[in-house]
Design a protein around this ligand. Sequence first.
Ligand SMILES: *Cc1c(COP(=O)(O)O)cnc(C)c1O
Length: 404
Amino acid sequence: MTQTTTASPYRADEHGFFGEFGGAPLPPFLVEPIAEVAREYAKASADPAFQEEYQALLSKYVGRPSLLYFAENLTAKLGGAKVYLKREDLNHTGAHKINHCLGEALLAKRMGKTKVIAETGAGQHGVALATAAALVGLECEIHMGAIDVAKQHPNVVRMELLGAKVVSVEEGGKTLKEAVDSAFGVYAANPEEYFFAIGSVVGPHPYPSMVRDFQSVVGREARAQVLEAEGRLPDYLIAAVGGGSNAMGLFDAFLEDEGVGIIGVEPAGEGLEGTRHAATMTLGTPGMLHGMHTKVLQDANGEPSAVHSIASGIDYPGVGPQHARLEQLGRAEYVTATDAETLDAFQLLTRTEGIIPALESSHAVAHAVKLAPTLPADAVIIVNLSGRGDKDVDFVAERLAQQA
Ligand SMILES: *Cc1c(COP(=O)(O)O)cnc(C)c1O
């Protein structure tokens, strides 16, 4: 694992700035609690005992390393570049999120906190955090908008079975935005007991760098695995981008390999013309959101826009500041996939490989479907399959029935 401050142009400075992006613009009552997290994370990341404990959980509990799978059938079907899938869907709990939730839980424990707290939208982050808290031996409190509580009932049940307290937030629009405010309110009132566990490479410093570090195992493994399988580095990496954690996890180990193309895929939803999308990198403008300066989909008053995606894990009006920086430096490019393209990719991977991908990950697959046929047969693409699609099968079946 790497330090958060190095000379790399792609990394943050000691204050968490990726160029103009990042930082920690916070209300005064949150400045000291978050500064404490930054100090303690810096110590933990330099402590071999902490790293060993974390690595041991990744191998003995998560089941790492995850496979780098050559999708031979898909490759044959697309005609062109070889497509490899980094199988984060095979992790315990079925997605990449467990990687950073375990890291955050371990840090919370090291800091002497007794509770981890977070907001969740669709419930995926809440379930991963409740899992990590159960394992590490911490209480867990998850704030969730009342509308999401009703919509995502199975995840609420999972969190409660795992021992978490789920707080239904009744204010305002009763969704993610209110859940964030509610959870931060509780945290700010009692930072001695609570550790705030952010669910992606977003929020104030140190979270964008810290969550990336915890996810960077994905790219380190993939780099070694592709060298073993192909004897060379890939031509492209492709990952879905919501907040951007699975993407940064894959990208991080390849940033200095300038010959490796890096592509993030955002949800174009029902199209980029209207407001039914969540294409923050493509259509967002610089602004403030959730304690960071980054690209934001926002209205004229700087209020975050209502966003949409078929995949509830990536319908976020902001993006991790490192992504904004990588684009600015020309190191990564950001493209989009629509809901319809994503549904097609979901079905294609399921039928050709017998792998049901999460709808979030299906955005990355959708871009591979476009890119692979344009490349020669000796080209290599790695797609981050960030999670499994079991959670999405009822929804997909309904959508396909409507279309029939
Ligand atoms: C939450 C989630 C995402 C989106 O989060 P990022 O921080 O953008 O990676 C992507 N894929 C799956 C399977 C998820 O659960």
